[in-house]
Design a protein. Structure first.
Length: 128
């Protein structure tokens, strides 16, 4: 059974923690997994190229899109992992799968050792 409700749904929020003006660029960078500086640079270029339209869209996003609340659920997840998962989900999940398989094999080795007679022999030597 998969616990899909434990992972927050992917929604676009303005960011309060990385905000310079309204948090729109930080929210976009977080949502799409982009670099924040590059996102700000692209928005600045958009302001230079199409000032009225970009300003109207920016103000509209500030007014219509909610800011992310200070919910501790979001702090539980690694932001780098979330960004990698959004950018390349197959590769990231493949890497997670390989890590879990490596951990499972190490756990199997530990289990074999603990249930072996060698473990009880080592325990007896430690008691001496």
């Amino acid at each position: 059974m998969r616990n899909h409700q434990s992972i927050p749904t992917r929604r676009f929020y303005r960011s309060r923690s990385n905000a310079m003006i309204g948090g729109v660029c930080a929210g976009l960078a977080d949502y799409f997994g982009f670099n924040l500086r590059v996102t700000r640079l692209l928005v600045f270029i958009a302001f230079l190229v199409a000032m009225p339209m970009t300003l109207l869209i920016y103000v509209g996003v500030v007014l219509l899109v909610p800011a992310r609340s200070a919910d501790p659920r979001y702090d539980e997840y690694d932001p780098e992992f979330r960004r990698a998962l959004r950018a390349e989900p197959r590769r990231t999940m493949g890497e997670v799968r390989r890590r879990f398989q490596a951990m499972e094999s190490r756990l199997a080795k530990i289990e074999r050792y603990v249930t072996s007679s060698r473990y009880t022999l080592d325990q007896e030597f430690r008691k001496l």
